[in-house]
Unconditional design. Structure first.
Length: 104
């Protein structure tokens, strides 16, 4: 059962933006898609690029290294060269706090 950990404030991440956070051994990217927050692993499954440094276009994030694209709502690959999906994590918003469910 995941433990929900506060990772950011809602005011820290505007719509269309991504914020990189680390919690213990987790490297995470928090994405704001039109006011709804999603959390993905920050590491591209193709070549280890940091997805938090990529461009967020709606619910699609593009890896800055080789252009692989992923759906931040599901983790599914949308464009090669990546073939394996990325991990997604549950998000809860309580007041102005963004919390992510992690196995700690």
């Amino acid at each position: 059962m995941p433990v929900f950990v506060t990772v950011a404030k809602t005011t820290d991440i505007r719509p269309g933006q991504v914020k990189y956070v680390e919690v213990e051994d987790y490297q995470l990217a928090i994405c704001n898609v039109d006011g709804v927050f999603y959390c993905i692993e920050d590491v591209c499954t193709h070549d280890g690029g940091h997805l938090g440094q990529g461009e967020l276009m709606g619910n699609i994030i593009e890896c800055p290294r080789h252009g692989a694209r992923f759906d931040v709502t599901t983790g599914n690959v949308l464009r090669m060269p990546a073939v394996a999906p990325i991990e997604t994590y549950p998000v809860q918003v309580e007041g102005d706090e963004i919390k992510v469910g992690l196995d700690l």
